[in-house]
Design a protein around this ligand. Structure first.
Ligand code: ADP
Ligand code: MG
Length: 703
């Protein structure tokens, strides 16, 4: 299947003509539409309704059920502006054979309503009905005047669009109808029939038409959930086009050829000797996947995803071992100096058995010293280089970089990944992320990577216990902190803000610092960490905490990323309702990573909404990071993840991906097939396809 050779595709040029090509749109209207981002015919076609009114279900006023959204039709008896205490309101009374009803506005354009309020005018009104002293009423209804010539509108499902200033709903519907008529004859689907049949999707024009003007027999609930085959088809296009980009990237990468590594003989037996424990089955599977990648002739580009504590570093060590055995260098990049230090310690401890010669690149090194190290790295005297962003420094080059390991992916962008990769000749790349997300989301956000998931914890791992602490138990919480400090353990206190502000009365870092200092210092040392400190200062504080020189650390979420302080066993989170579930999960993963059980206390607020309360309860009852992530996404239903924007996925949002996982997987499969059969497909000079993609995605693509 080839889109580019499709002879019909050139017809799409017509779709990118300016709107003034349509009859009824002159420069004036075009300007109004332009303000809404609608410039071409294609833009207008993809300007889909935000909602639908079911005009097939007109209820007699007398039977409209209070609490329901109802559509009624009635004749105006009178209408006028009134005063209600100090407020103005506009009231129109309508009547049908069964009863009468008041339509009420508090915000309105008087002229507009006065025109509608002429006695004898027929109106249809839509909105939630309520009872006011036993008579029915709709406040701020949607109202349309019924003329002879729009009676037919009453027969179907009426699309409701996001409003375009200066253009009435009715006019907008007419313009869209015109646009549909205009293209009907020449638009031919860019997806082949076979594919549509296979996935049970309507063709493009039908989908667009039905999304605007649903056919009889549609179900209003499905329409309003965007859950019709027309909506699916248009969603499929969005997914498909994003997946094409991703598949293309992946393919390009796969076509690079690198010398295959040889996997050391009897690797699994050797692994048993390296570690005092045996690998979990998920770790074993991940090792196998890495082995396969590395032994093939194409560069590995693998994401290793697993919750905090599931043992990802072991996989990194084994990968590095394979690289070292092939006489290649390994670079390990961490997001913070503390984490780099931690890795240095870990990999040094394995250097004897696994043959690592690691060097730590520290941001504080003097220039002369650093140059000396650079020189040695260039000469290949170290086979492992550990550091932060410093690894991307221009001056640093390797003798033969074979493997790049990136820890805590979400701190690094795609660009940085590419930069460190360019230090070698297409080195293998292993990215580790402790932000577990569902697979459908992962294949979109990290679309060009292969994915290994670890969902199992090592034996003996105990997740942090999580409790919600209400007012009455605050004393108890405080006593526990004190007790833990007294036996030499350390504590975190997390707050949503650094300082108090007039707008909110949130407990802040400064606030809590003061309170804890008053209560506990001396004898305990208390310090703070937050995003406004310099990078250097943050590192200093974290290092001091790591070394046990600080007993209690009050901070914002800057402590979120993977610091392993085995001695920190308790974390108090103030205003947990201010954080996302996944973020809270990350935070609590910081405690209890040693042999001592971690404790996470979430401080409840009187002002919690019911929604907050149930969300936070979810966290207290689930300890698996993947489950938390899934719940988090379900509850949020929209928004985005860090890194989504950079991943070339246009403006697909979480909600869409979560709602249509099957469609997404199907789109990916089809996109990969297309790219396999025609890899040149997405070259940027294919401007027509680009236009379609941009309209479908409502945003320029960065190809
Ligand atoms: P993370 O995935 O958060 O990076 P780590 O790799 O730091 O996790 O591992 C957490 C702890 O679990 C470490 O102390 C590590 O030695 C230990 N560990 C890893 N794998 C196993 C295993 N299979 N059995 C027992 N302990 C393990
Ligand atoms: Mg880790």
């Amino acid at each position: 299947m080839s889109l580019i050779n499709n002879p019909h595709l050139k017809e799409f040029h017509e779709l990118t003509l300016p709107l003034t090509c349509l009859k009824g749109i002159g420069p004036g209207r075009a300007a109004l539409l332009g303000k809404k981002g609608l410039y071409t015919i294609l833009d207008l076609l993809y300007f889909l309704p935000i909602r639908y009114q079911d005009r097939t279900r007109l209820s007699p006023i007398g039977t409209a059920i209070p609490g329901d959204n109802c559509l009624v039709r009635g004749r105006v008896i009178y209408g006028k502006e009134e005063r209600f205490y100090r407020r103005r309101l506009f009231k129109i009374l309508i009547q049908d054979e069964s009863s009468s009803m008041e339509l009420v506005w508090f915000n309105y354009r008087k002229q507009h309503l006065t025109n509608l309020a002429i006695p004898g005018t027929d109106l249809i009104a839509y909105g939630p009905v309520n009872l006011n002293r036993n008579s029915r009423q709709i406040i701020h209804p949607e109202v349309t005047r019924l003329d002879k010539d729009n009676d037919e509108e009453l027969s179907g499902f009426c699309p409701v669009y996001s409003s375009v200033s200066g253009i009435s709903e009715k006019m907008l519907r007419t313009l869209i109808k015109d646009a549909l008529d205009f293209c009907h004859s020449f638009v031919v689907d860019h997806l082949p029939e076979g594919l549509l049949l296979k996935h049970n999707l309507p063709n493009l024009m039908q989908a667009i038409e039905h999304a605007h003007f649903p056919p009889r027999g549609s179900l209003i609930d499905q329409l309003n959930r965007s859950d019709t085959s027309s909506h699916h088809r248009l969603m499929f296009d969005r997914f498909f086009l994003v997946m094409l980009t991703i598949a293309h990237k992946k393919k390009t990468r796969e076509e690079l050829s690198v010398p295959a590594f040889s996997v050391p003989y009897n690797l699994s037996r050797k692994i048993k000797k390296f570690f005092p424990f045996s690998l979990t089955s998920h770790q074993e599977r991940a090792v196998k996947e890495v082995e396969n990648d590395i032994a093939s002739k194409r560069p590995m580009n693998r994401l290793l995803m697993g919750d905090v504590g599931c043992g990802k570093t072991v996989i990194a060590a084994i990968s590095a071992y394979i690289s070292v055995q092939n006489n290649k260098q390994t670079a390990i990049m961490a997001p913070t100096q503390v984490l780099a230090d931690q890795h240095m310690k870990y990999f040094s401890s394995l250097s004897g058995v696994m043959g690592f010669q690691p060097i730590l690149l520290n941001g504080n090194l003097k220039k002369a010293e650093r140059n000396k190290i650079y020189k040695k790295i260039k000469e290949g005297r170290y086979n492992m280089v550990i550091g932060t962003h410093s690894l991307i420094q221009e001056a640093l080059s390797f003798k033969d970089l074979g493997l790049v390991i990136i820890d805590e992916q979400h701190r690094f962008g795609v660009k940085q990944r590419a930069l460190i990769g360019s230090k070698g000749d297409n080195p293998h790349i292993l990215v580790m992320s402790a932000t577990p997300i569902p697979r459908t989301l992962a294949i979109t956000v990290y679309g060009d990577m292969d994915i290994s998931m670890i969902r199992e914890y090592p034996e003996g791992y105990i997740p942090a216990e999580t409790y919600i602490i209400n007012k009455d138990r605050k004393k108890w919480a405080f006593d526990i902190i004190k007790e833990r400090l007294s036996i030499g353990q350390q504590a975190f206190v997390i707050c949503p803000t650094i300082e108090e502000s007039k707008e909110t009365d949130l407990r802040s870092v400064r606030d809590m610092e003061e309170r804890f200092k008053k209560a506990l210092s001396p004898p305990y040392r208390i310090d703070i960490i937050h995003g406004r400190l310099s990078q250097e200062k943050k590192e200093q504080v974290m290092t001091a905490f790591y070394k046990g020189k600080i007993n209690l650390l009050v901070g914002t979420t800057v402590v979120e990323v993977g610091v392993h302080v085995p001695n920190a066993t308790i974390m108090v989170i103030e205003h947990p309702e201010r954080f996302g579930l996944a973020q809270l999960h990350q935070l609590r993963g910081r405690v209890g990573r040693g042999t001592k059980r971690g404790l996470c206390l979430l401080i409840q607020d009187d002002k919690w909404s019911e929604e907050s309360a149930s969300r936070i309860k979810v966290l207290a009852s689930i300890s698996d990071g993947f489950e938390v992530a899934q719940k988090d996404l379900e509850l949020r239903g929209h928004g985005e993840l860090t890194g989504m924007k950079q991943s070339g996925m246009g403006d697909l949002n979480l909600g869409e991906i979560m709602r249509y996982p099957d469609l997404l997987l199907a789109a990916r499969e089809e996109a990969e097939k297309v790219v396999d059969s025609d890899p040149g497909l997405l070259r940027p000079d294919h401007s027509i396809l680009r236009d379609i993609m941009e309209s479908a995605l409502q945003k320029p693509l960065d190809l």
